[in-house]
Design a protein around this ligand. Structure first.
Ligand code: PMP
Length: 341
């Protein structure tokens, strides 16, 4: 952990992980009497692989990321929480995120007893990188969501490079929606920067939100440090097996292309609507748009059985709704309802 001593909590540098029975012995055997399991021969009487080796191998092939740079969590929300626990001293350290951005960053900061600093984006939800840098003094962890939720825009990789060179804390780049983008993931920068942790998920482009699988992509010393503090069996065997089967059997690039095509259709319909005053460009599977009296529109849509997200209370987001790209039929229902409003 020596390479991480500037980034992780001093008292966790030499933490001894809990040694489960499956850590101690990983070879083949016929008689397993080491983990206090029930000998019933069901599919689930044994504890799962704590390091999810088979699942990691498939993700590694799919994303072209070496397995030693992959850490898996129970959704990326767990990964984000573990990163804060590993790096920040409760009641002392400060974390920062852009505003508006994903709401969990602030919740996780509160749960980990950390100060939370918001760094404002402009009205088009872009940043001025020098202004961002100026606000990072004393910040231990800085969350950047790219593409950003709820705005849908992507912060340039070149800006991330500049930040990584100058920022003394840890940059967590949350790429929950990156698989919808043609642009490169920040995962390509991981090898060169010890202060970068990229977070991705199987919940969005891989359609497995119900399974709860998120990942950190970082240098192997980060993976070891996160493994040392995670709950030993954080991903169930049913989840690991199901995800493996889905990853191997589905045509993810076609599914993704369909979602992007539908996003483009939704975007065109929103732009054509006389009621919509602004459609924010999106690289994700959702679109933020501005419409006068957004809350009334929200209520009207729910009366039609259509639920979108009202983001009007977010910073710089007055009168905005965020719509997730659904099936062609769902999107058409939304477009018709909007046109009849
Ligand atoms: N990051 C962002 C930006 C998100 O929008 C979400 C889900 N809403 C998550 C992380 C969490 O995703 P999960 O826990 O399903 O991997």
């Amino acid at each position: 952990m020596e390479q991480l001593k500037n980034y992780i909590r001093e008292d966790l540098l030499d933490v001894r992980p809990y040694e489960s029975a499956r850590h101690e012995f990983t070879g083949t055997a016929n008689v397993w009497l080491d983990a206090n399991e029930n000998p019933l021969a069901t599919d689930y009487n044994r504890y799962p692989d704590p390091f999810q080796s088979d699942l990691k191998a498939v993700i590694s092939g799919l994303k072209n990321i070496p397995t030693e740079r992959l850490f898996l969590g129970n959704g990326s929300d767990e990964v984000l929480d573990l990163i804060l626990r590993l790096t920040c001293q409760p009641y002392k350290d400060t974390v920062a995120a852009l505003d508006p951005s994903y709401g969990m960053y602030e919740v996780l900061a509160t749960l980990n007893a950390l100060n939370y600093r918001k760094i404002a984006l402009n009205e088009r939800f872009e940043w001025n990188i020098d202004a961002v840098k100026a606000q990072l003094e004393g910040v231990k962890v800085f969350f950047i969501c790219r593409p950003n939720n709820p705005t849908g825009n992507l912060f340039p990789l070149d800006d991330l490079r500049t930040l990584l060179q100058q920022f003394k804390g840890v940059l967590v780049v949350d790429e929950a929606y990156i698989d919808f983008c043609p642009e490169a993931s920040a995962a390509a920068l991981v090898a060169g920067f010890p202060n970068l942790v990229v977070v991705q998920t199987l919940s969005k482009a891989y359609g497995m939100a119900g399974l709860r699988i998120g990942m950190a992509i970082a240098r192997p010393e980060w993976v070891a440090a996160l493994n040392a503090i995670k709950p030993p069996y954080n991903i169930s065997s049913l989840t690991q097996q199901t995800a493996l089967e889905l990853l191997r059997s589905s045509d993810w690039s076609t599914i993704r292309a369909n979602i992007i095509r539908e996003r483009e259709r939704l975007e065109a319909a929103l732009k054509a609507s006389s009621k919509v005053t602004k459609v924010f460009p999106s690289e994700a599977n959702f679109i933020l748009f501005r419409i006068p009296q957004a809350s009334a529109v929200y209520n009207y849509l729910t009366e039609q059985g259509i639920v979108v997200r009202n983001r009007s209370s977010q910073f710089n987001c007055a009168d905005t709704l965020r719509i997730t790209v659904g099936t062609a039929e769902e999107n058409t229902r939304f477009i018709n309802a909007l046109n009849n409003y």
